[in-house]
Design a protein around this ligand. Structure first.
Ligand code: 13P
Ligand code: SF4
Length: 301
């Protein structure tokens, strides 16, 4: 039996569902029941009837799925797959900003630890951040942890005072403005689509800015042949499936998320077979962080 057949058999035997983010390897995306961006996967996690969720992604994704589904068993194929940006804000900074602005709302990108989520008024993802911030009654917003998504939101919602935090995604800031210029010179007919985790000087060069699923939809549905992609190249797999004729280029070599790459078919099979790497979130932490995640599901619709 092949590894894929073993995964399918065990998945049925154990009433498990496999969720995969667009950044994991194509062969892992291929065995998933649901593939998507962070917002889509959080919604799927709350609707599944399965007893077990195998989350092919990084820690904050599995953790959020567990927080939203305390009665389900959530497993991560690789327990060390973590998003470094998730740790790039502190309680002290939040307290400092709260002391400065009476009406401040703490808006927390879902790429964050459960602990940071407990201190937030609402969570957001790249696909709903603008919409949710616009809906908040507060004029002052402390956006954590990503300064680049925060700065993009600030431009889209100029009526709010967005206070930025210092965090960033090491993978997206490595896509520099100069590299984008070089890629455009090499492919003069290509349109450029970028994720809002890229820096401002990259985003000003973009024809489209959006989440991973936004970028995929843009490329698939735009009547054009060539695209330079300003995000992790895992999104290529879905675009190739939906629009095999499109020519896709990265901005630079090695446009990968090393943590997402840790997820392999062997590890998916292993957690299914042995129930290892189960995600546990301490009860108090889970209850407090659930509020900001649920608020996101409510306001992000
Ligand atoms: P999306 O929500 O756009 O899928 O992004 C997740 C992420 O980690 C981007 O680096
Ligand atoms: Fe985190 Fe960046 Fe990887 Fe997204 S691409 S999971 S923000 S390290």
């Amino acid at each position: 039996m092949s590894i894929v057949e073993d995964i399918i058999r065990l998945k049925e035997e154990k009433n498990a569902v496999i969720l995969a983010h667009y950044y994991v390897d194509e062969e892992v995306q291929d065995i998933a029941d649901y593939i998507g961006d962070s917002f889509y996967l959080s919604k799927v996690a709350t609707k599944t009837d399965a007893d077990r969720i195998i989350f092919c992604g990084v820690e904050f994704m599995g953790e959020s799925a567990k927080i939203l589904n305390p009665d389900k068993c959530v497993f991560m194929p690789d327990a060390t797959a973590d998003c470094p940006m998730a740790h790039m804000a502190t309680g002290e900074e939040i307290e400092k900003v709260k002391a400065q602005y009476e009406d401040v709302a703490v808006v927390c990108y879902i790429n964050s630890t459960a602990e940071l989520k407990t201190m937030a008024d609402v969570c957001v993802t790249s696909s709903n951040a603008v919409k949710i911030v616009r809906k908040l009654p507060n004029e002052n917003i402390f956006f954590i942890p990503d300064r680049n998504l925060g700065s993009y939101v600030a431009e889209q919602v100029p009526e709010k005072n967005i206070i930025l935090n210092a965090g960033c995604c090491p993978r997206h800031v490595a896509i520099t403005a100069d590299k984008v210029k070089e890629a455009k010179a090499a492919h003069p007919n290509a349109l450029f689509a970028a994720h809002p985790e890229c820096t401002k000087d990259v985003l000003v060069q973009a024809d489209y800015i959006g989440s991973t699923s936004g970028i995929i939809d843009y490329v698939v549905n735009t009547n054009h042949d060539e695209f330079i992609i300003g995000t992790v190249d895992g999104v290529f797999a879905e675009i190739k499936k939906q629009a095999p004729g499109k020519k896709l280029y990265t901005v630079k070599d090695q446009q990968v998320c090393v943590n997402m790459k840790k997820v392999t078919l062997e590890k998916v099979l292993d957690v299914l077979a042995h129930d290892t790497n189960e995600v546990f979130v301490e009860k108090n932490l889970a209850e407090k962080s659930m509020k900001s995640l649920q608020k996101m599901l409510e306001l992000g619709q």
